[in-house]
Design a protein around this ligand. Sequence first.
Ligand SMILES: [Mn+2]
Length: 320
Amino acid sequence: MSAHLAEFENAKKLIYAAQRIVIISHKNPDADAVGANIALREALEAIGKTVISACVDPPPLDCDFLKYYENFVNDFTPNEWDLIISVDCGSHKLLGFHVDKPELLDRNKVKLINIDHHQSNDFFGNINIVMPETPSTCFILFLMFTTFGWEITKSMATAMMHGLYYDTGSFMHSNTCPQTLRIAARLKAIGADHEMCVKKQFNNSRIEQLQLWGRVLSRASMNNKQAIVSAVTEEDYKEINAELTDLSGVINYLNHVPEAKFCMLLTEDLKGNIKGSFRTQNDDIDLSEMASLFGGGGHKKASGFTIPGKIKERISWIIN
Ligand SMILES: [Mn+2]
């Protein structure tokens, strides 16, 4: 990771030369994009900069306990600012603002530092601190702040812990490297409110969500291809008064059975389409290929597709 020290130094020069700085989180922001924005904002304000946090979409509710959560803006005028810093944007398309403000992509007109950890990053900044070997943007910021000798306050530590926790799936994903746990320990020692991060991200369900998950789990069955399959229909949503977002997360439970080759969850999306999601624990299966049979895509171990149609249940009885 030492190769990034040169970029850190270049970024530092641009930051100290600027007075007015905009930090952009990617569209449909998650806890890493928001946590990174908030931590960096506090750090920049501490060295006397005027800073705004910007995102085309509002920050998610699970971040509502973080400092500056209420202070995100969804518009700004680029030529009124000296420097843009994007955090966690895996491609220039995820800035969101570039659609209305194409000058954001003009490297002569607007100075931009791109801080990110996605493999897909297309190096759209004047300076690109892109570290796909790290699990989260908050992780990169921790390295940056400690390299610069900037103080990390309690509220910054909580914001960074929130991002680290989210992007490692509470340290369960394989991206949880030894340094991830060392950084988490340092943040905790500073006073990061890690219990609140857990509470907001994991112990935070609506009753309608539990009821919907109940239907998904009770219908799960293993077919003769050793795939676990379950489904929810439009009627389920209506009867429970659930929302589409209530479904997110339940597929990880379908993926808990080690004997299964993979699992599939079918959902009606309330707009006349069927959404299929695949997950597997198996290293030998490529689910992105399977999803592509239905015009979808994704990763080897997690993929999905959307096709028009309705789901039908078929029950068969046999005598033996
Ligand atoms: Mn991230």
